[in-house]
Design a protein around this ligand. Structure first.
Ligand SMILES: [Zn+2]
Ligand SMILES: [Zn+2]
Length: 183
């Protein structure tokens, strides 16, 4: 769903959507499970920079809720994460700040996003909000044992035989001996 600045200039647009998986591309970072609910309102905020310099910003305020799966940071098994977040964001037309380098950008302004051409994509905003809301590092459980770096076995399911190996000098010596005996 795109919010066009011309439509918003006439009146605010309320939205209440259920987005099917795939409608928003989360890349490899997260997988959406079931519908992603997004509701709220888009409206224009006029920024008066001077008598003839009025910038039409888009304010997007709303709520999102959905279920996601992200890989465990240690064993890469999918971990379910229910997400719910409120957002209240301001987007400025990209052209309005094309000379931004010369203007002093004050701290609160660094929070401002931009919209391209004459519209703002709700899907783009949702992608960013979901990725921001997801934990930086997800574990399937606090004591996840992870994958064996040697054979790739998930050590939560099954202990593998490599574990006792090279970390134990006794076994290392035996392994070396066995290699030498091999024809
Ligand atoms: Zn894990
Ligand atoms: Zn192993």
């Amino acid at each position: 769903m795109d919010f066009k600045i011309n439509d918003l200039e006439r009146e605010p647009i309320d939205f209440d959507l259920g987005l099917a998986p795939g409608a928003v591309d989360f890349g490899g970072e997260a997988e959406q499970v079931g519908a992603l609910a997004a509701s709220g309102r888009a409206e224009v905020l006029h920024e008066h920079r001077g008598p003839r310099d009025i910038v039409a910003d888009i304010r997007l305020k709303g709520h999102l809720a959905g279920n996601f799966q992200v890989p465990c940071a240690r064993c890469v098994e999918p971990v379910g994460i229910p997400l719910e977040a409120d957002f209240d964001l301001i987007f400025r037309p990209v052209a309005a700040d094309s000379g931004a380098a010369e203007r002093a950008i004050t701290a609160p302004e660094t929070e401002i996003g931009y919209y391209q051409k004459d519209s703002l994509s709700l899907e783009d905003v949702l992608r960013e909000q979901v990725l921001l809301a997801l934990p930086v590092r997800t574990l399937c459980k606090p004591d996840c044992k992870g994958l064996c770096p040697r054979c790739g076995e998930n050590r939560n399911h099954q202990a593998c035989n490599c574990e006792a190996g090279p970390s134990n000098p006794h076994w290392e010596a035996l392994a070396g001996l066995r290699d030498r005996i091999k024809p």
